[in-house]
Write a protein that binds this ligand. Structure first.
Ligand SMILES: NC(=O)c1ccc[n+]([C@@H]2O[C@H](COP(=O)([O-])OP(=O)(O)OC[C@H]3O[C@@H](n4cnc5c(N)ncnc54)[C@H](O)[C@@H]3O)[C@@H](O)[C@H]2O)c1
Length: 421
């Protein structure tokens, strides 16, 4: 597992199981239901042989996990990262189940991954890996069964290859088999910025709860990929001050505020935030310790653990990444009075607009960007209000309240459907 510090950080699956156990305790469910909710419905392991551009053949391992399908088809991203393994994919699939339920989408949770470093491969090699992986998991996926989207290391081009491979094998074009694909082949307007836009909506709502506006607030963002970079742009446009950002190669800080459009140009030219001349270099660890209003971990899991959580001085942590805070890290943040807006709520904007994309593709009728932005804001604020309402009524953290809502909705669907046979 990748972490900023190579310590014995809790694994994502252990974190996910601990969160579920807390929700199950709160809801008073029995062991049978707990086991059902903790266990994936289906999972496949596949071998993905790749003919490299040199002619050499290498073998990679891929996975697809459908954690729960009680509320609808599996939904979840495809991750390309060297540390991907079945346990990580199980954790990510479980978080998707709760996230879709919290956002009240008619989906279950799924996730896929290939243990490969996309930075070491050409575009044509990645295309061959994607097409072979898609062929191997073909019996499991489909617009009514399991719908993929981009995640770490994959993007809209990856989704276009998945859709094409699936469609060619079926004999006609099926855009609804993936979301997060290019607009030219049935993608949705607003999907590429949706996770970040949703994250900014819940940040604004959290500040509003504290009687504050977003304008003038200081923000530090870990990760400058699809989620982090768009979040920085949207925060800056809304008047917040981005004081630090990082990526896997380094971090930069400017207390007067980073010029985000100029930083974006620098990243487009060099591939990293490191070396940006409009800010001072700091370490990734320093970024987590900054005295800011809002800290957005938007890179990877397990970065706020028992050790690093002690140094977090932000007032609000808004989780862009999946699983950035371990159970022990959560406890430390709670003791120190740091409000955590949990991943299953904070980064749900992506799957919300993925849902809109799927609905549009199924109807072959596309909405305007404004319609999508309005519907996204409504969904995010509705979910946020439900979570904060329960947290207040039952004196829970936002994470425990979010999990309780998600788990309860899934369990309810499971109970109403009954047990077959
Ligand atoms: N893309 C989405 O729509 C979406 C939706 C919900 C959740 N997420 C989650 O958000 C996180 C980021 O996803 P993404 O799609 O932006 O991925 P991405 O691959 O586009 O970007 C990841 C970024 O994190 C940086 N990074 C990686 N390890 C780091 C480290 N140890 N320290 C600092 N920076 C590091 C990378 O350099 C890159 O800038 C993941 O946890 C993902 O599961 C993504």
């Amino acid at each position: 597992m990748t972490t900023t510090s190579e310590t014995h950080t809790q694994t994502p699956l252990a974190t996910a199981h601990a969160q579920l156990a807390a929700a199950v305790r709160h809801l008073g469910y029995d062991d049978g239901l707990h086991a059902n909710l903790a266990t994936p419905r289906r999972e496949v392991h596949v071998s993905v042989p790749l003919r490299m551009d040199t002619g050499e053949v290498r073998l990679f391992h891929g996975f697809r996990v459908q954690h729960n399908v009680s509320r609808g088809p599996g939904k979840g991203g495809l991750r390309y990262h060297p540390s991907v393994d079945i346990e990580e994919v199980r954790a990510l699939a479980m978080w998707m189940t709760w996230k879709c339920a919290i956002a009240d989408l008619p989906y279950g949770g799924a996730k896929g991954g290939v243990a490969i470093d996309p930075r070491e491969h050409s575009s044509s090699e990645l295309e061959r890996v994607t097409r072979r992986y898609t062929s191997e998991i073909m019996p499991l996926i489909g617009p009514d069964t399991d719908i993929m989207a981009p995640d770490v290391g994959t993007d809209e081009q990856t989704m276009a290859w998945v859709m094409d491979t699936y469609s060619v094998n079926r004999g006609y074009t099926i855009p609804a088999v993936v979301t997060g694909k290019p607009v030219a082949v049935g993608g949705s307007l607003g999907r590429n910025t949706a996770t970040s836009a949703g994250l900014v909506h819940v940040t604004e709502a959290a500040l509003r709860t504290a009687g504050e506006a977003l304008e003038g607030r200081t923000v530090a963002i870990q990760g400058f990929g699809k989620v982090g970079a768009h979040a920085a742009q949207i925060f800056a446009r809304r008047g917040a001050r981005i004081v630090a950002v990082s990526d896997v190669d380094g971090a930069v800080r400017a207390d007067d505020g980073i010029d985000v459009p100029r930083l974006t140009e620098h990243v487009a030219a060099t591939g990293t935030v490191a070396g940006f001349d409009g800010a001072d270099p700091i370490t990734n660890a320093d970024l987590l310790r900054l005295d800011v209003d809002v800290l957005v971990p938007a890179a990877t899991q397990g970065v706020i653990d028992e050790e690093t959580a002690h140094d977090v001085r932000a007032r609000i942590v808004v989780e862009g990444a999946n699983g950035p805070t371990t159970t022990e890290g959560d406890a430390v943040l709670a003791r120190n009075g740091v409000v955590v807006v949990p991943d299953v709520l904070a980064n749900a904007g992506g799957v919300v607009v993925s849902y809109f994309e799927w609905v549009q593709a199924n109807q072959a009728y596309w909405w305007t960007e404004r319609e999508i932005a309005e519907k996204l804001e409504h969904r995010m604020v509705t979910a946020y209000d439900a979570v904060t309402g329960l947290a207040r009524r039952e004196e829970l953290s936002l994470r425990d309240a979010a999990l309780a809502i998600g788990v309860q909705r899934v369990a309810e669907a499971h109970k109403i459907r009954g047990l077959y046979p």
